[in-house]
Every structure is written in structure tokens, then in C-alpha cells.
Write a protein that binds this ligand. Structure first.
Ligand code: NPG
Length: 368
């Protein structure tokens, strides 16, 4: 594949309601978007899942933009042969930055699949035409407000609720949600907010029959998660810690996790995401697809991934309306708690250019 042009842009989309987690409150989503045009004139799109600030992971929008322009794009443009499979090896000498690297690989993948007239779902090995949806619920200003928000999502049809927790906002909100909905599949996400000594506190969650506790401890604390897993009955699920296939292998071997949240951006792209899926399928480890408040571009690709056979738990693959009044693509609309897996070419979505241009804060084209 030859690249004729790469276009980078940042956009700003307001959220329908503030989204509070243990790492801060998001009121709008700044997204770094990439459009690639091949020598044959085929266009591919992707988005970078990094946030504006390095609070979820070390990556952030302006940093990703700089690395892409300074190092990654020149390396790809000067490669004698460029394929989707060669992106990761070509960039391997630059350390870290899986989200920026995934952005480049995914736009090329979209373009390549469009050229081959093939869908991403088919390419990845999906075996479902629709996927059940979960929803992630932020830390609320009060318990009654939390219950009201959750009630809305249950009415919308969501099949699983994930509550964000942190020290001081854990047992009580979980107990209240469980009391109101005794049967709903429920899980919690701490985004690294607890420490090794919090085992007894987290064990109090066992009474609520949760599906899992996600990333309670620091992303580097694999040993701590393994120790915690012996103190709580609820399964531990790692998110931030799983940055590669190797990280997944290590965490499983050390019994630090028994369920894995797969986010393609966090692991360097869809090819690595499928490798982690395959490993987990082989080892009988359930996986689910995480979300990073993606627009329809990133969501489309995640929905295709979530249709692979090992994704046996509902993901954070909510409808466009969960976060946005207006999405930049044809919106993802839930029917009876399910989203249809795109089955047209590439990722199956393209941006509405007029709307995209109207929310663009920066744009730059780079050619060979
Ligand atoms: O449904 O897109 C979604 C959001 C799900 O809670 C969610 N994501 O820690 O997993 C997370 C969290 C997140 C959001 C992380 C934005 C990073 C950025």
C-alpha cells in the first residue's frame, strides 16, 4: 500500500452529561482523528483513544500528535513496503505509545479493507451479527442521582451496568443499585484508585454478586492484583495493566486476573487485540470490549471486535446517544440492548464531513 496523504485533525464533542471517574471529570471529548488516502485514492479513517490529559494512561492528544508527526509518520512514509501487518514492526523501535500507533494501523486497515471490499468484522473473525451492550456509569453527585441515571439506562435496554467506584464511593452506591435491580448483571471499575491494603474493603463487594472488579490497583501492580484476587471472591479483571499480549500472558500466569478487558487502542491496535482474544479463548478466560468514549469511527471498529467468539461478556459498547447528542457518523442505535455489527466495507462508518469540519479545532495534511 502507498500513502498519498495523511490528514490529522482534532475535534471537540460535548458530552450529554459530565462523566466522572477516579481520574477526573470529562465534560467534552477532544479526539484526534486520522484520515489516510492511499495511492489508489482509497480513504481510511481512525481515531486515537488518548484523552486530552495523561490521566488514564501516559498518552494524551497533543503528545500523540507530536509523536505521530515527529517519528511515526516519517517512519511509515519512508518504508519500502507498507502493509497493515508491517505498521507495528516498523514502529517497534519507538517505545510505548500504543494508542498513537493503533491510530495509524487502524486507518490503514480501514483503507486496505475498503480496497479489498471486505468488512472489518469478517477480517477479524467475527461470528455474530449483533452484540449485547453494557453501559459505564460515572461517579454521581448523590445516590438518588445515580439511581435515576441507572434507571434511565435500564429503560434504554442496557444488558449490563458498570459503576465507577473510588474510595468513599463504593459499597453504598453498589448496594443501592443492587437493591433496586437484584438481577441486573453488575460490575465495578476503580481505574487504579485503591491500594494493596484495601483487600478487606473490596471484599465487602462480594455480597453483591458482581461480575467483576476492574483494575482496582495501580497498572504496574500485577503482584498486588494477584494478592488481592486471593482476598476477594469477585473475579478481578485487568484493564490499564494489559498493554500487550505479553502483559496479558504475564497477568494470567501470575493469576492477577481471570477476566480481561480488551481495548484495541491500549494494546497498540486490532491485530494485537485479536492475539489477546485468541490467547484468552484458548485458556478459557472471558474477555469483553472496553470503551474510551469513542465517536462512531472508533465505536464501529470496537463493535466488530466485540463480535468475536471469545467476547462472552457485554462490553462498554454503548449507543452513540450514551455520550453524544450528535455523533460524527451515522449513530449506533441500540435495539433491545443490542447493536448491529457493521457488515459493509472497512470499519463500516465514515464521518459526516460537514459536521466534522464544524467541530474541528486543528487540521494538518502530511504527504510523502
Ligand atoms: O463506554 O466508551 C465508554 C466509556 C467506558 O468507562 C468507560 N471507559 O476506564 O474504561 C474506562 C473508561 C475510560 C473512558 C477510560 C475514557 C479512558 C477514557
Amino acid at each position: 500500500m502507498k500513502i498519498a496523504e495523511l490528514e490529522l485533525r482534532t475535534i471537540n464533542l460535548p458530552l450529554v452529561r459530565p462523566f466522572r471517574t477516579s481520574f477526573g471529570t470529562q465534560t467534552a471529548r477532544e479526539v484526534l482523528m486520522l484520515k489516510v488516502t492511499t495511492g489508489d485514492g482509497v480513504v481510511g479513517w481512525s481515531e486515537c483513544v488518548a484523552l486530552s490529559e495523561p490521566v488514564y494512561s501516559p498518552e494524551y492528544v497533543a503528545g500523540c500528535l507530536d509523536e505521530m508527526k515527529r517519528f511515526f509518520i516519517p517512519a511509515l512514509l519512508s518504508a519500502p513496503v507498507l502493509t497493515v501487518e508491517s505498521v507495528a514492526p516498523l514502529l517497534a523501535g519507538f517505545l510505548g505509545s500504543p494508542m498513537a500507533k493503533a491510530t495509524l494501523e487502524t486507518a490503514l486497515l480501514d483503507a486496505q479493507l475498503r480496497a479489498e471490499n471486505r468488512s472489518l468484522a469478517d477480517f477479524l473473525g467475527a461470528n455474530k451479527s449483533k452484540i449485547p451492550c453494557g453501559v459505564s456509569v460515572g461517579i454521581a453527585p448523590s445516590i438518588p442521582q445515580l439511581i435515576e441515571e441507572v434507571a434511565g439506562y435500564i429503560k434504554d435496554g442496557y444488558k449490563r451496568i458498570k459503576l465507577k467506584i473510588e474510595p468513599g464511593w463504593d459499597i453504598e452506591p453498589v448496594a443501592e443499585v443492587r437493591r433496586n435491580w437484584p438481577e441486573i448483571p453488575l460490575q465495578v471499575d476503580a481505574n487504579q484508585a485503591y491500594s494493596r491494603s484495601d483487600g478487606p474493603q473490596l471484599a465487602k463487594l462480594d455480597q453483591f454478586e458482581l461480575l467483576l472488579i476492574e483494575q482496582p490497583l495501580d497498572e504496574h501492580d500485577i503482584l498486588g492484583h494477584a494478592q488481592l484476587a486471593r482476598q476477594v471472591r469477585t473475579p478481578i479483571c485487568l484493564d490499564e495493566s494489559i498493554v500487550s499480549l505479553r502483559a496479558a500472558e504475564d497477568a494470567l500466569a501470575l493469576k492477577a486476573t481471570t477476566i480481561i478487558n480488551i481495548k484495541p487502542g491500549r494494546v497498540g491496535g486490532y491485530l494485537e487485540a485479536v492475539r489477546i482474544h485468541d490467547l484468552c479463548l484458548n485458556e478459557g478466560i472471558p474477555v469483553w470490549c472496553g470503551g474510551m468514549i469513542e465517536t462512531g469511527i472508533g465505536r464501529a471498529a470496537n463493535v466488530a471486535l466485540a463480535a468475536l467468539p471469545g467476547f462472552t461478556l457485554p462490553g462498554d459498547t454503548s449507543a452513540s446517544s450514551r455520550f453524544f447528542l450528535r455523533d460524527i457518523t451515522e449513530p449506533f442505535v441500540m435495539h433491545d440492548g443490542f447493536l448491529d455489527v457493521p457488515n459493509t466495507v472497512g470499519i463500516g462508518r465514515t464521518p459526516d464531513m460537514e459536521f466534522l469540519n464544524s467541530i474541528t479545532s486543528y487540521k494538518e495534511s502530511i504527504g510523502p
